[in-house]
Design a binder for this molecule. Sequence first.
Ligand SMILES: NC(=O)c1ccc[n+]([C@@H]2O[C@H](COP(=O)([O-])OP(=O)(O)OC[C@H]3O[C@@H](n4cnc5c(N)ncnc54)[C@H](OP(=O)(O)O)[C@@H]3O)[C@@H](O)[C@H]2O)c1
Length: 297
Amino acid sequence: MPIKYHWITLGPGAVSGLIASGLCDNGESVSVLSRHNRAATIEWQLVRAHEKRNYKVPATQLPIPKNSVFIVAVKAFDVISALQHITALEGFDKSMPIVLSHNGMVELPKALKQLNLHPMVTTHGAVKSKNENGIIRIEHRGTGRSWLEVRQEEPEPWSTLQQAFPPLVLEQNTSQRRWLKLIINCVINPLTAIYKCENGKLLEDKWQSQIVSLVNEAVAVAETQNVVLDAKMCHREVLRVAQETALNSSSMLQDIKQQRHTEIEQLTGYLIKTGESADVATPTHQQLLNEFQKRYG
Ligand SMILES: NC(=O)c1ccc[n+]([C@@H]2O[C@H](COP(=O)([O-])OP(=O)(O)OC[C@H]3O[C@@H](n4cnc5c(N)ncnc54)[C@H](OP(=O)(O)O)[C@@H]3O)[C@@H](O)[C@H]2O)c1
């Protein structure tokens, strides 16, 4: 008999809501851990193309079940508090798997590094809002793919997650993917937020020398972390993402427009700090950060 897992999803936010919906569709046991909502059940609506589906699951009960697996897809600035929240739950055990998905990079305190963390990179696009009845609405705007870091010897619970959130590739090391995503985000997010433009604008010639400098500096910083990336490939990837999402506003521009906290510190800020501690200069990123702070504080 395969082990049945209990999936605890935080939020639900845009990404964790997509995953929770897939798990529910597959008949998995799911609960939601919310930091504000004290209701006994949590509802959301998933909107995809012409389809709307409603979901209702119990709020996470204490003590949490021994077979719990966590889905932590939170903004980068909430990662540490979210992990601390989990570790304080009655019944929590350090061996419980935690899927951790966020943009940017976060330096975790030592105690949290020892958790059973599984970084996940995703290129899905989803937006969370409230519908006309005040219920969480998660709109799946762009189908993407995901990569999850696992150890070779553990097929479960990951095959269950692969069915619920496809396509999901299991890899033993996602560092290169996470750095490539960091580099793409460190170009597209601050530029589009500062100049208040859609992603496709960055394909214009006038941006290319700045983009090349941003990519080259970031690739040099990645190398200090033992991640070797080809700068030309990274530049092509930046342009590919800008092309594929040409009409979209980046998440940082959306955050700015809605006066929400941005992930600039865990993106550009992280890159600059990591460069500084390895004596790698990042003047173009610094200039971008200065401009961002001048405009938005
Ligand atoms: N959305 C996308 O398309 C997408 C794609 C790729 C990568 N990403 C990245 O993935 C990460 C998550 O993005 P998202 O768009 O899913 O964010 P989101 O919609 O803001 O969802 C985050 C959820 O986590 C919840 N949360 C945070 N701390 C918590 C805690 N301690 N306990 C319980 N719940 C907690 C938030 O609760 P509240 O409701 O209380 O704030 C929110 O519901 C970000 O780093 C983002 O850049 C997003």
